[in-house]
Design a protein around this ligand. Structure first.
Ligand SMILES: Cc1cc2nc3c(=O)[nH]c(=O)nc-3n(C[C@H](O)[C@H](O)[C@H](O)COP(=O)(O)O)c2cc1C
Length: 291
């Protein structure tokens, strides 16, 4: 029997995220067991930016619930994340976990290729903000095989399954988890390299034909263009220097690059200190009063 890990990033019990995760699970055709983690319940502390987890035993120095989540992620056969939109972004519990993402590199070999899908749930159509991008980034940065993500709508608990779109999205994600990623909607311009559909428009350089716009894919960081070819808009992108992560080699290379920063830091320490020293006594830090 396979194990599906459902990461529920909502504090609301029997809310849309929880129900949606269970619905995807119920639609799986094979023999699966569902394990659930409610992220806001966990003690996941802010990253200390000490980079210790990239060296030696590659373990985070903090004693909190991260190790428990990592163990579940490593052991699962598939990962499904569901996050509610809070103020146009994903609930902070997802970002809190992602901020500890340097710890994922210790498990690259186990996480790479693991099927993973996600959903961003918003209460109001059009007010999902950047929550889907956060889901896409999460699926990529946990080093899994990103097989699909959806935005669905529902404000009241359970409402997400009361329209046609919610159940249809659950069906697509279940299929993507078990088989290959479903063919994406051809009417949505996507990054041809990673399938991402969130872009940042860039300033044009020199003479810019009126039907071409420069952009960067926010999911894999590749730069390219959006062009009207007479029938539809087409995105064309090329790999950047730090693609996230188009191949396993990209992920391994990024881990090595991160590790190499330690030597670079030691090499440039004095030069960097020269910059930071000048700011030592600037401003007054506000800290809450201690009892
Ligand atoms: C603090 C808070 C902020 C929210 N912000 C948004 C928002 O920016 N856009 C939106 O569409 N829905 C917003 N919602 C609605 C939730 O995304 C929606 O109700 C969702 O279904 C909640 O999922 P859950 O039932 O799993 O908790 C917000 C809800 C809360 C509690």
């Amino acid at each position: 029997m396979k194990t599906l890990l459902g990461l529920v990033a909502s504090p609301r019990k029997f809310g849309n995220c929880e129900i949606f995760v269970k619905e995807v699970y119920r639609r799986l055709e094979g023999s699966w067991h569902l394990r659930l983690i409610r992220l806001p319940e966990l003690d996941i502390r802010p990253c200390l930016a000490c980079y210790q987890c990239l060296f030696g035993s590659m373990k985070c120095v903090q004693k909190d619930d991260l190790a428990c989540v990592l163990k579940e992620m490593v052991q699962a056969d598939g990962i499904l994340v569901a996050v509610p939109t809070y103020f146009l972004g994903a609930n902070a519990s997802l970002k809190r976990l992602l901020d500890r993402g340097l710890s994922f590199y210790a498990h690259l070999e186990n996480l790479w290729g693991k099927p993973a899908v996600g959903v961003a749930i918003a209460g109001v159509k059009g007010l999902e903000g950047y929550s889907k991008l956060m889901v896409d980034s999460f699926l990529k940065l946990i080093l899994a095989d990103h097989r699909g993500s959806e935005v669905v709508y529902g404000a009241l608990p359970g409402e997400v399954l009361l329209n046609d779109d919610g159940p249809a999205a659950a069906r697509r994600l279940a299929k993507a988890l078990e088989h290959r990623a479903a063919s994406p909607d051809p009417h949505v311009p996507r990054c041809p390299l990673c399938g991402g559909d969130t872009f940042r428009f860039l300033a044009h350089q020199g003479i810019n034909p009126s039907n071409v716009r420069r952009l960067r894919c926010m999911t894999c960081s590749s730069e390219g263009t959006l062009q009207w070819n007479g029938t539809s808009f087409v995105v064309d992108t090329v790999r950047g220097e730090h693609p996230l992560f188009l191949t396993r080699e990209d992920a391994v290379a990024h881990r090595q690059w991160l590790q190499s920063m330690k030597d670079l830091f030691l090499e440039r320490r004095e030069e960097l200190k020269g910059v930071t020293r000048a700011y030592k006594d600037v401003g007054t830090w506000v800290r809450p009063p201690q009892d």
